[in-house]
Design a protein around this ligand. Structure first.
Ligand code: B16
Ligand code: MG
Length: 219
């Protein structure tokens, strides 16, 4: 058996991507630019400030914004996001996730979170999932975000488990890249067109089966 499972949050445990999208869209409107779901794909898994930079690239006039002004915009987006997050509850856990967490726990395998979000702890609490996690890596614990492997290696280092005995689960292309660079086994959740580099790919979370993941890991 592998010794640890490291889960991404947004897009794997819960679909906060939708709330990030709505919050960014609200900010974009306030800035007088429009952004669609297609554009939102590239924001998955990357940090708040990096996401803001990509949105500001859509508005030529924003080039001159100072760091303080950018920070204010990022905070504004987060305020919008927190309003959405306040409304979530365990019904927002994606299908198959809680049963997978239970199966992993039953085998006494460690579970960690590897998220680029500064709001990860709050989201886990809202979903009543905190107790499943032996360690939580969020954006406050790493300096280099995905696709850098630091998010995942930080979790494995804390748990004192060799990277080759860890399995990472991700919905973002940069996230799968981070897992691969850490020399862990990557499980992608999503479409082949974005995640062809995953060691094992499923279309959605309801297809995540403990036995099958372990079988692929051992192959
Ligand atoms: P925050 P993950 C990521 O979470 C999201 O995918 C990404 O869209 C977001 O910008 C990032 O967290 C930062 O979130 O603004 O809450 O700090 O997929 O790594 O769990
Ligand atoms: Mg994600």
């Amino acid at each position: 058996y592998p010794k640890a499972f490291i889960f991404d949050l947004d897009g794997v445990i819960t679909d906060t991507a939708e709330f990030h999208f709505l919050a960014w869209q609200k900010l974009a409107q306030e800035l007088g630019v429009s952004m669609d779901r297609q554009f939102n794909e590239q924001l998955k898994g990357i940090s708040r400030m990096e996401s803001l930079e990509r949105i500001l690239e859509l508005t030529p006039s924003s080039r001159s914004l100072s760091y303080e002004e950018r920070l204010r915009l990022a905070n504004q987006k987060n305020d919008h996001y927190l309003e959405f997050i306040d409304l979530i509850n365990p019904d927002y856990i994606l299908p198959g996730i809680e049963s997978l967490l239970k199966k992993i726990k039953a085998q006494h395998i460690k579970i960690a979170l590897g998220s680029a979000s500064k709001n990860a702890l709050k989201v886990l609490e809202k979903l009543l999932l905190t107790n499943y996690f032996d360690y939580v890596v969020d954006a406050t614990k790493v300096t280099k975000g995905k696709p850098n492997p630091e998010t995942f290696t930080t979790a494995a280092d804390f748990l004192n488990i060799p990277y080759s005995e860890c399995i990472g689960l991700e919905d973002a292309a940069v996230g799968v890249e981070a897992i691969n660079k850490a020399n862990m086994f990557s499980v992608g959740v999503g479409a082949l067109e974005h995640l062809s580099h995953a060691d094992y790919l499923v279309g959605n979370t309801s297809e995540l089966m403990f036995e099958e993941i372990v079988k692929r890991y051992n192959e």
